[in-house]
Design a protein. Structure first.
Length: 255
C-alpha cells in the first residue's frame, strides 16, 4: 500500500511538471513537445534541471545559467498535483471503487482542472478547449459506468449548471464571469450530478466571497474589482468530488 501511495505521489510530480509546460505553452501557442527552456535567458534546460520539486529546491529557486528567479508556479503545481493524485488513490481504495478506468478518469480530470485554474489565475482566461474535452470524456465515462437514470441525471445537471452560469453572464452583462464559466459549469454538472453540483457551487461562491474579503481587507484588491473565479469553481468541484456524501449527510443531520 505504501509503495502504491509513493508511486501515485511520484507520478503526480511528473504529471505536474508536464502540466506546467502545458500551462505555459498553450497560452503562447507553442508546441508542447520541444525541450524546456528558461523564461529569462532561454537556455535549454538539462534533464538535471527538470526533476520535479527537487531541482527547484537544489537550485535555490534560481536558474542555473542566468541566476534569475524561477517562478513558484513550478514546484507548487507539481506538489498540488502529487497531493491530489495521492488523495485520489487513497479515496478510491477506501470507497472500494478502484479500477483502472476510474483511476485514469479521475487523474485526467484533476490534471485538466489544475491547468484551467492556473491559466485563469495567470492570464484571467479559461482554456475552454480543455474543458470541452474533459466534458466529453466525463460524458463517456458516465455512459459506460453509470445506470441509464444516473447517466441522465448527470447530463441534466450539466445543462442546468451551464444554464445557471448563462443567466449570471446575461444578467451581469459579462462583467466578472464569461463563457468560460458556463462551459466549466457544464463540466462540473456532468462530473458531479445534481446534488453534489449544488454543493460545489455553494462552496465556490462561499470560498470566492471569503478570499475576496481577505484580499480587500489586506489591500490587495479594491471593492468591485474582479478576481478569477475558476479556481473557486474547481476547489468546489474537487471538494464535492471527494466528500459530497459526508458533507451532505452532516448537513442533513443538522435538521
Ligand atoms: Zn535562465
Amino acid at each position: 500500500m505504501i509503495l502504491y501511495l509513493l508511486l501515485s505521489f511520484i507520478l503526480g510530480t511528473a504529471v505536474g511538471s508536464f502540466l506546467n509546460v502545458v500551462i505555459d505553452r498553450t497560452t503562447r501557442r507553442e508546441s508542447i513537445l520541444g525541450r524546456s527552456y528558461c523564461d529569462h535567458c532561454r537556455a535549454t534546460l538539462s534533464t538535471f534541471d527538470l526533476i520535479p520539486i527537487v531541482s527547484f529546491a537544489v537550485l535555490g529557486a534560481k536558474c542555473r545559467y542566468c541566476k534569475k528567479p524561477i517562478s513558484w508556479q513550478y514546484p507548487l503545481v507539481e506538489t498540488v498535483t502529487a497531493i491530489l493524485f495521492l488523495l485520489t488513490f487513497l479515496i478510491l481504495v477506501s470507497e472500494n471503487n478502484l479500477s483502472l478506468a476510474t483511476l485514469a478518469y479521475y487523474l485526467f480530470l484533476i490534471s485538466v482542472v489544475i491547468v484551467v485554474a492556473v491559466v485563469d489565475i495567470k492570464f484571467s482566461l479559461i482554456p475552454t478547449t480543455f474543458v470541452f474535452i474533459a466534458s466529453f470524456i466525463s460524458l463517456f465515462y458516465n455512459f459506460f459506468s453509470f445506470s441509464p437514470s444516473l447517466f441522465a441525471q448527470h447530463t441534466a445537471a450539466a445543462f442546468l449548471s451551464a444554464l445557471f452560469f448563462l443567466i449570471i453572464v446575461v444578467a451581469t452583462r459579462g462583467r466578472g464571469m464569461g463563457e468560460g464559466d458556463i462551459i466549466l459549469g457544464f463540466l462540473i454538472g456532468m462530473v458531479l450530478g445534481i446534488k453534489a453540483t449544488l454543493l460545489s457551487l455553494f462552496l465556490a461562491f462561499l470560498l470566492g466571497a471569503l478570499v475576496s474579503l481577505v484580499l480587500i481587507l489586506f489591500g490587495y484588491k479594491k471593492f468591485g474589482q474582479t478576481i478569477p473565479f475558476a479556481p473557486f469553481l474547481i476547489s468546489g468541484l474537487l471538494i464535492s468530488l471527494y466528500w459530497a456524501k459526508p458533507i451532505l449527510d452532516w448537513y442533513l443531520m443538522l435538521y
